[in-house]
Design a protein around this ligand. Structure first.
Ligand code: CA
Length: 434
């Protein structure tokens, strides 16, 4: 990720002079596990205005026409980079820089890590100035062009490693003088944007294992910006892609027809686990080993009555936000059956890899994006099974001191349904949409 951050800071430097323009260019790129991946589509929602627009690959640039609030600079509005052709490209591609008036222009080519691989500084005549770029060993490049107070960014994508060559090369091929002005990116007439509006941007792509993946970014852009989606498996629920609950942001995942939290609930105040959670109007949680850092990563651990907020009704809201509830045993069954039943449903919902799960983390693909983490549990005056198990409550009573819950293990792919240990055991909670 450090590589991408350096790319962003570099581009911020080259675009910092863009304030005052009446167009803002948002350029999107995506990574999975730190490596560049293709962004299939991007949903940009203007939360302040209630309108949205969808970009589809290879169109990953959105030029926002700022309606008001920023002083217009009519002439340099038309300063633009046209999308390179072809894009994606194998070895050589062309693009043009449109200059409305003769100007000194700096054109940088940056690779995906922000390293400057080519630079061309010269006076360009008014018109469409043509350039040829030969790719080197990278799969994604950015063109950054600046003239006076205006700057623009454009992304170029390679088709694959097979065309990898030596050094990058940037050539100037002259100018086409024309009164026609080409703007960077696509202008969406139905999509409006004013200075200060908040955008929610959802990027979609595929993981290297060909699972659908997504990420959500929030921004209130005031200048040209390069935005990086850090894609995770699964897609968010259209009805509520992300939400705040008890001071924490959660993202959501659509699995079949169900909409689940992607993170374990971490609501309430931490108390030491030798003190029982109680019906006191305050959500209380335990953190594994009484360490708050474990709550930040793995979520809180809740006794059943506390998770239910002292209701006995299955499907009750409990510690979930309004519009959500604690999943019933039947809702867990629907998820389990969708994923092949109790013997195999664990694999598609466990986070893959060994960052949190101890090896072998059998069957874990997280193809659903549910991202179950091995939070362990608290019972019998001790914390147990950290990084090897997670147990999720259902809101369905079994009998007396028992309720139904599900267990995931590091050494098999099961999603086990059981009621074996009492409601006083502290377990993890996921919320599901009403
Ligand atoms: Ca309480």
């Amino acid at each position: 990720m450090r590589k991408y951050l350096s790319a962003i800071s570099l581009l911020c430097l080259t675009t910092a002079t863009a304030i005052g323009q009446s167009h803002i260019t948002l350029t999107f790129t995506s990574a999975f596990d730190g490596s560049y991946v293709k962004t299939d589509s991007i949903l940009v929602e203007n939360i302040s205005k209630g309108c949205d627009t969808l970009l589809r690959f290879p169109d990953t640039v959105l030029a926002l026409e700022v309606v008001s609030g920023i002083q217009k600079n009519e002439i340099m509005d038309h300063f633009a980079i046209t999308q390179n052709q072809p894009n994606p490209f194998s070895k050589v591609t062309t693009f043009s820089v449109v200059v409305p008036l003769k100007a000194n222009v700096d054109i940088f080519i940056l690779d995906h890590s922000g390293r400057k691989v080519a630079l061309l500084s010269r006076e360009l005549p008014a018109g469409k100035n043509l350039f040829t770029f030969s790719g080197g060993t990278d799969l994604v490049y950015f063109i950054a062009a600046s003239a006076g107070k205006s700057s623009r960014v454009m992304k170029m994508v390679r088709t694959g490693w097979d065309e990898v060559t030596g050094n990058e090369k940037l050539d100037y091929n002259g100018v086409i003088t024309s009164t026609e002005v080409t703007k960077s990116g696509n202008h969406k007439s139905s999509f409006s944007f004013s200075a200060g509006d908040s955008l929610r941007m959802t990027g979609y792509g595929m993981t290297p294992l060909q699972f659908r993946s997504s990420d959500i970014l929030f921004d209130r852009p005031a200048r040209d910006t390069l935005l990086l989606f850090e894609l995770k498996e699964g897609i968010p629920c259209p009805v509520e892609p992300a939400l705040f609950h008890e001071g924490k942001c959660y993202t959501t995942r659509l699995i079949g027809d169900q909409c689940w939290f992607r993170e374990n609930v971490n609501a309430g105040i931490r108390i030491d686990a030798n003190v029982s959670q109680s019906d006191n109007g305050i959500i209380e949680k335990y953190c594994y080993n009484n360490n708050p850092v474990n709550c930040d990563v793995y979520g809180g651990l809740y006794q059943w009555y506390e998770a239910m907020q002292y209701s006995n009704q299955q499907g009750t809201r409990g510690i979930c936000p309004e519009g959500w509830h604690l999943p019933t045993d039947g809702e867990w069954n629907i998820l389990s059956n969708l994923l092949g039943g109790e013997t195999s449903a664990g694999g598609p919902i466990k986070e893959a890899g060994y960052e949190h799960w101890i090896q072998p983390n059998t069957g874990a693909t997280d193809s659903t994006g549910f991202c179950a983490l091995p939070a362990g549990m608290y019972f019998d005056n001790g914390f147990h099974h950290f990084r090897t198990n997670i147990e999720y409550w259902s809101s369905t009573n079994s009998y007396g001191p028992y309720a139904w819950y599900r267990i995931l293990y590091n050494n098999n792919a099961q999603l086990v349904r059981t009621n074996y240990y009492e409601k006083t055991t502290a377990r993890s909670v996921r919320c599901i949409r009403d």
